[in-house]
Design a protein around this ligand. Structure first.
Ligand SMILES: *[C@@H]1O[C@H](CO)[C@@H](O)[C@H](O)[C@H]1NC(C)=O
Ligand SMILES: *[C@@H]1O[C@H](CO)[C@@H](O)[C@H](O)[C@H]1NC(C)=O
Ligand SMILES: *[C@@H]1O[C@H](CO)[C@@H](O)[C@H](O)[C@H]1NC(C)=O
Ligand SMILES: *[C@@H]1O[C@H](CO)[C@@H](O)[C@H](O)[C@H]1NC(C)=O
Length: 312
């Protein structure tokens, strides 16, 4: 019986109990691709061979090789589908033996190998086909974070793109289009629906930080899907600026800019007042010294008239 099975497999496509010859072939696309949440089709058609006409379909079985029970069965003119599966063509006849399988809303778990097995009154046949599932990543979000666990880098950019499948790629470029991906670390998370969330962390080094970075998301075949730009508020004179430690935080740097625009006038006015007071003091002291050389220099000339002076 085992040898019988092996023989069946080797012959592969066409065996019909009770008949010496096989007059049908089942021709399927090797591979099809389905989009997540959209309809997918696994294309298979029965082709009569050796001049056969008048082929009648008796049984059609569709199986996902990961699942024990067939996902769709046609037998004795009755269709037994699992929910979400149906035949692409609703009725067959001698010229239309398209037994393609439709998956109405494709999920990640639908990915894999399928077998189709048919029995006709002119022979039986089987074939395999593969479904791959794709989903486009969402628009990525780029955020700047402070306080990171990488030595010498106190800030990092994080780019997160979710809802894609299969595994894609995130790459980083600066405003001069130089790539920085090698310094970044990619994390991949599987979402509840089987789709993936990519998250790439790029540490920023104080000596080589650029004013603008672009995060680019590629699908698994290396095609660009999205890009997102983040601008770091870094003026050319950042080194002299007292607000340097905040240059990446837009809100913080605005706050510091406001503070310095208030602080600067206060400093100027303050030093003017101090200078004026000093000048006044020195002037008064000199005047006192000229009038009364014996006067204690530390006494405020305002407080005493010459008549109240204890020295007199
Ligand atoms: C499909 O499979 C057949 C048989 O294995 C092979 O000859 C053919 O190159 C495949 N076609 C594609 C597009 O992979
Ligand atoms: C089978 O039917 C579907 C739905 O009408 C069609 O898209 C597909 O091209 C057909 N396949 C063949 C091999 O004719
Ligand atoms: C066979 O079915 C196809 C589509 O279902 C139809 O267009 C065609 O007329 C039918 N042919 C016969 C001979 O019934
Ligand atoms: C990647 O994107 C290209 C262009 O949009 C598309 O043709 C291709 O099918 C996609 N590949 C995957 C695996 O999503």
């Amino acid at each position: 019986m085992a040898s019988c099975g092996v023989l069946l497999y080797v012959l592969g496509v066409c065996v019909f109990a009770g008949k010496a010859h096989c007059f049908v072939e089942l021709v399927c696309d090797n591979q099809s691709s389905g989009q997540f949440d959209h309809q997918s089709m696994l294309n298979c058609v029965i082709i009569p061979t050796q001049g056969t006409e008048d082929v009648n379909i008796q049984v059609v079985f569709w199986r996902n090789t990961k699942i024990k029970d067939p996902v769709l069965v046609f037998n004795s003119n009755e269709i037994k589908p699992k929910s979400g599966y149906k035949f692409a063509e609703s009725s067959w006849n001698k010229t239309n033996m398209n037994v393609s399988l439709l998956i109405t809303s494709t999920k990640v778990e639908n990915e894999g190998e399928y077998t189709c097995y048919v029995i006709t009154d002119s022979g039986e046949a089987r074939s395999k086909t593969r479904l791959s599932v794709t989903a486009k990543y969402d628009e990525p979000k780029v955020t700047l974070i402070k306080k990171i666990d990488i030595p010498n880098a106190d800030k990092a950019l994080i780019c997160t793109a979710s809802g894609g499948y299969p595994l894609g790629q995130i790459r980083w470029f600066d405003n001069a289009n130089t790539e920085w991906t090698k310094g970044a670390k990619l994390k991949v998370k599987k979402m509840d629906n089987g789709l993936l969330e990519l998250s790439s962390k790029l540490p920023l080094w104080p000596a080589s930080t650029f004013p603008e970075y672009t995060c680019v998301v590629y699908n698994s075949s290396g095609q660009k899907e999205h890009e997102s730009v983040i601008k770091l508020d870094a003026p050319d004179d950042a080194k002299e600026s007292p607000t340097q430690e905040y240059i990446y935080e837009v809100s913080d740097s605005k706050a510091s800019a406001n503070t310095s625009s208030i602080v600067a006038p206060i400093l100027v006015i303050g030093s003017l007042i101090v200078g004026l007071l000093l000048a006044l003091l020195i002037y008064r002291r000199r005047a006192n010294q000229v009038r009364r050389p014996s006067a204690t220099p530390f006494l405020d000339p305002h407080m005493k008239s010459p008549t109240e002076d204890p020295d007199v």
